[in-house]
Design a protein around this ligand. Structure first.
Ligand code: UDP
Length: 192
């Protein structure tokens, strides 16, 4: 995809549909993919924290998740085709995973939210394989690391909030070729 740079962050310039189809193909061919869906808060935080900016620049795709980014690109005279949110991408991936019996690993949110999420996923996506479900308030990630290594999921969804979720992904994405994606508060939204 071509990109448009706003505040030093290169955003992919494409549509939701084209983007998720690209992800489906890369998951099917066992690629290691790191996706950041960057909202204005993330962009501002990266602007003030160079070490975080370095982490998100290692993403394969940074999507414009927020109307502020779309507006910013317009002002720069390089309009972006579409806003691509983490939550919409998450739902598209879950639909596709359900239709194609793909596996996903979930880490993040409070324990009670993760319990509700497990139920929601089983009801709404019965053919999705739940490789692992861990809440996001762990002291060390060694059990989670071992579980990801063992289950080799197609997708790893990390909803730890930023910058934690991207730090977790950078540290662990070598464990398995999968789609690795930070999802902020998406588990709370889907379970609630
Ligand atoms: N979260 C977590 N572990 C933490 C801190 C936060 O799992 O140590 C979860 C929190 O429960 C919520 C999600 O991360 O489900 C997103 O949190 P928040 O809304 O603060 O982050 P943002 O959406 O702004 O990235």
């Amino acid at each position: 995809f071509s990109t448009v740079t706003v505040l030093g962050i290169p955003f992919i310039n494409t549509t939701n549909d084209t983007f998720v189809h690209q992800l489906f193909e890369e998951i099917n061919t066992d690629q290691n993919i790191f996706v950041v869906t960057a909202n204005p808060e993330i962009v501002m935080y990266a602007d003030e924290h160079p070490e975080y900016a370095e982490i998100i620049k290692q993403a394969d795709y940074i999507t414009p998740d927020g109307i502020g980014i779309i507006k910013g690109a317009q002002i720069l005279g390089q309009p972006l085709q579409e806003r691509i949110t983490g939550y919409d991408t998450f739902l598209s991936l879950l639909d596709w995973a359900d239709a194609n019996h793909k596996s996903a690993f979930f880490v993040g949110a409070k324990p009670e939210v993760m319990n509700d999420l497990r139920t929601t996923l089983q009801e709404k996506y019965p053919n999705l394989v739940l490789a692992g479900t861990y809440d996001g308030y762990f002291e060390t990630d060694e059990h989670i690391v071992a579980a990801i290594q063992l289950t080799q999921p197609d997708m790893v969804f990390a909803a730890l909030g930023f910058p934690k979720q991207e730090e977790f992904i950078i540290k662990n994405r070598h464990l398995t070729n999968a789609l690795w994606m930070g999802l902020g508060g998406s588990f709370d939204v889907l379970s609630g």
